[in-house]
Design a protein around this ligand. Sequence first.
Ligand SMILES: [Zn+2]
Length: 382
Amino acid sequence: MSRELVLNVGFMVDGVDLNLHEKSTITVDPGGFTIISSGWSTSGVKLENVIALPPLFNAHIHVGDYAFPEIGIELSLPELVAEPHGLKHRMLKSTPRDRLVESIRRLFDYLVSIGVLGVADFREGGVDGLLIGLEASKNKPLNYFPLARPTSISREELLTLKEKAYGLGLSTPIRYKVNELRLMASLFSDKVKGAHVAEVPDNALKEFMLALEELKADYIVHGTHLGLRELEQLAERGIGLILCPRANSWFGVGVPRVDLVVKLDVLAALGTDNAGWVKPDLWRELEYTWNLIRLKGLRDIDPRKILAMATINPLRIFKVEAKYLVDGGEASFILIDGYSSNIVYAHNKIAGIVKRGGGEHVLAVFFKGKCVYGSLCDKIQG
Ligand SMILES: [Zn+2]
């Protein structure tokens, strides 16, 4: 792109504290950064009922099982996903590699189309699995963060994974010996490390302890069966908690105490988990998460705390430095239709975004200065 684009938007949610600004001008410069000013410019396109938002970030997904959706819906969670004989792992082994890559590429296209530009993927299958994810993400307009899972604890495999992956994502710390967890902690000391923890009640506290004390986890996933004391520890130590309440509900394992997570200000993010059984629609996750909080009787909360779980909190958890919709930030953001979604009429527009947002309202998706998806791209880019 050789010239700057000037967008006069009706509303903008900035990417630092998710404050709502009325009438903003977003100038996308040719270098792929934004200049933000309040009020409208006399030049550029007018987008009156349009809301600019930081891109969404799906903080926990397994992209591999998108190739065989809804298989084994009658099975229990262990029958489906336990390693190495769960149905999912048998399917991953028997599905041709090019079919896996093709289905993951389609999944990435879907994610971009709904405004998800950050994807933290739990990559099964050691080095081979990691290479499949990396190949599928080639030339896709999103930031891909593959979190690797070793198949053996050989130094060689761990070093290869470290070189090619963004970090570590273990199925559960209890699969490993303490000295193996310590080896991973030290080899990956400069990468992000985490694991599924307390998804089911069995061994929940043991998993929690091993993840924090031996793996030195930067984040844990699920925490469905953690109580007040453990959530307090996460908050005190600044460890990320990635929640997947729709997946937890589908698999029937319970739901996390999101009300406590919010009250304690745990650094929390949202993920959609297994793409084969849960539609990877982060908008649905936003609404569902708020419903769970309300079910616990907690009404007085700032909806920015929920929106943060799908936008800015994952950036902190995964140590991503980019900032969006701030002056000088990276020009990656989304434009949603505030009219068709009814959000421009909402008395609390951030609440409206959490409850009424959806892929069907996405008009344009910008990634690093380019409009990469949406009906508005032609109008904007002239
Ligand atoms: Zn998972």
